[in-house]
Design a protein around this ligand. Structure first.
Ligand SMILES: Cc1ncc(COP(=O)(O)O)c(C=O)c1O
Length: 391
């Protein structure tokens, strides 16, 4: 069963139908007023937090520039994302670079472009960064060794995951970082993504409390991202605020999904129904555009942008020559005719950013509904562009 979800705002829905007359499908589109509402809710729940938007959720420059204008920082996890953040106008001190490996060539590029704040993930990183970028501002990422309730691939805080330093290894890493002349701003905790249970965060916060008592004071406490769309933020916010205040640390957060997931749709066109032992509605969008159903078993609700008095139940088949390329199963819909449009919802985070060129599929157009009009965030890729690097 798909989760309950707010339906598309009427103006956005109209804009999507209009866009499909002007542009080829499939395309992504984002409703900026929904992103602003999410940001507002996050700020109300965490009034003292400094927010670093996690680019990996959706890195379009047009979104990043708007976030920067609203005083957000940027959280990056690759050299490419740092480059993008700088291109969007973020200054190095507004950018946080996480991730499990910073290679020597990456560190060398940062030296040339400007060194962001670095999240260090292991003792190896402390040594490497201490050597290459002495004086850099860093946070040490904690592996809290806690179970969380989410998809296995999205759980980063378990002891078995590849991320962070186990609590028992922190003391030595802190000592080494300071000996090597790094400026340790604080500790970083990121438990996973799409977390819906308050208890998971509370267990993480309790651990951070303990660690700050043992190893503090620090200037910053970074409690990461990972907020699921249905998480009771209003209940979580005061706990985070109290915790950071208790340790007189600035509270940092790095949400991605929470800000952009609900605002985004992937608009696909229907090309008829095919019957095997099941009924497949053939769509022009599939796993190359949106991999989450296949990768995580993610449930994306669907809103038809057409009407019909007849109803049916369909599996949504993408165009890839892959048995797994099915975006959703058992979806009740009005009976579609060829050319009708479907909006695949909750596609604003980890949709376009995880899309691929598999099967020489060009990346689709991305549009922003500003509330007043449509803006092109990214043109559809051409077939020529797919061949450009091959000479
Ligand atoms: C270190 C780090 N911070 C922040 C995020 C953003 O997570 P989310 O989009 O679930 O808020 C991620 C994503 O996995 C991450 O790895």
């Amino acid at each position: 069963m798909a989760p309950s979800y707010p339906r598309l705002a009427p103006a956005f829905r109209e804009a999507l139908i209009g866009a499909a007359q002007r542009f080829p499908t499939p395309f992504y589109a984002y409703d900026w007023p929904t992103i602003e509402a999410r940001l507002e809710r996050l700020r109300r729940a965490f009034p003292e937090a400094e927010i670093f938007y996690a680019l990996k959720a959706n890195p379009r420059l047009g979104l990043l520039r708007r976030f920067r204008e609203r005083d957000l920082g940027a959280e990056a996890v690759s050299l490419g994302e740092v480059y993008r953040a700088y291109r969007a106008g973020f200054r190095p001190e507004q950018v946080l670079l996480n991730g499990p490996l910073k290679t020597p060539s990456l560190l060398e590029a940062l030296q040339r472009w400007g060194v962001p704040i670095l999240g260090l993930d292991s003792l190896l990183e402390v040594r490497r960064v201490g050597q290459a970028l002495p004086g850099a501002q860093v946070l040490l990422r904690v592996n809290p060794d806690l179970p969380v309730t989410t998809h296995h691939h999205l759980a980063t805080g378990q002891g078995e995951s590849k991320f962070g330093l186990l609590p028992e290894d922190l003391e030595a890493a802190l000592l080494e970082a300071r000996q090597r002349g790094l400026e340790v701003l604080g500790l970083h905790l990121h438990l996973g993504s799409a977390l819906e249970r308050l208890e998971d965060f509370e267990a993480g916060y309790a651990l951070m409390d303990q660690l700050y008592r043992s190893y503090g004071p620090f200037a910053v406490m970074n409690l990461g991202g990972g907020f699921g769309l249905g998480l009771a933020l209003e209940a979580l916010g005061p706990a985070a605020t109290t915790l950071a205040r208790r340790h007189q640390a600035r509270l940092w957060l790095e949400p991605g999904r929470y800000l952009v997931a609900e605002a985004g749709v992937l608009v696909a066109r229907c090309y008829g129904v095919k019957h095997t032992r099941r009924s497949y509605l053939l769509l022009d969008a599939g796993m190359s555009h949106l991999i989450r159903p296949m990768l995580y078993g993610a449930a994306h609700p669907v809103e038809p942008l057409y009407e019909s008095p007849q109803k049916g139940v369909y599996d949504l088949a993408g165009p890839a020559c892959e048995a797994g390329d099915v975006l959703a199963r058992d979806v009740p819909l009005p009976e579609p005719k060829e050319g009708d449009l479907l909006a695949i919802l909750l596609a604003g985070a980890y949709g376009s950013s995880m899309s691929s060129n598999y099967l020489d599929t060009p990346r689709p157009l991305e549009l922003l509904w500003t509330g007043e009009g449509l803006e092109v965030l990214r043109q559809a890729q051409s077939l020529e562009a797919l061949l450009a690097e091959e000479g």
